[in-house]
Design a protein around this ligand. Structure first.
Ligand SMILES: [Zn+2]
Length: 158
């Protein structure tokens, strides 16, 4: 802007800064898409390795939906898969990290929230499901006042 030129003649949409900011936006969107894809691939690889007799047989790679990191809430990239009757698998981390985990979210019998269980292999998963034989599959209360459920803890949809 030349000295003495009125402010309102400046077209900020054409400024170098505006153009840079839109480039940054595109780049962030690309990074988020890539994080989501990587998270879904890591989840598929995890069940392929750790759940050969259960999830590997029934959950396709396409069933996973990737979620990029949410830096404001310090959430790592994650992937989720709906497996039916309101039950979800949530995978975080990668095989290269120590914090890789697969969790199963089962709606509580009271329908107020989900019970969030860390899974540890085929036998663990089968044991959990054996305790939830009624239809639809819900996590029973240990006693009538003992609700262990949490509000919906699935990763936010993108
Ligand atoms: Zn409950």
């Amino acid at each position: 802007m030349r000295f003495g030129e009125p402010m309102h003649t400046v077209d900020i949409t054409d400024s170098p800064l505006e153009q840079l900011l839109s480039l940054v936006g595109e780049r962030l969107a690309d990074q988020q898409a890539e994080q989501g894809e990587n998270a879904a691939a890591a989840a598929a690889a995890h069940i392929y390795e750790r759940y050969p007799d259960t999830l590997r047989l029934v959950v396709d790679e396409d069933d996973w939906r990737g979620h990029p990191a949410v830096s404001e809430h310090r959430l790592a990239p994650a992937a989720s898969a709906h497996i039916g009757q309101g039950l979800w698998l949530v995978h975080t981390g990668t095989s290269a990290s120590d914090d890789e985990e697969l969790r199963l979210l089962i709606p509580c019998a009271c329908e107020r929230g989900y019970v969030d269980l860390l899974l540890d292999g085929d036998m663990d998963l089968l044991g959990i499901l054996a305790d939830c034989q009624h239809q639809p599959v819900r996590m029973p209360h240990g006693n009538p006042y003992d609700c262990a459920s949490l509000p919906d803890s699935r990763p936010a949809t993108v």
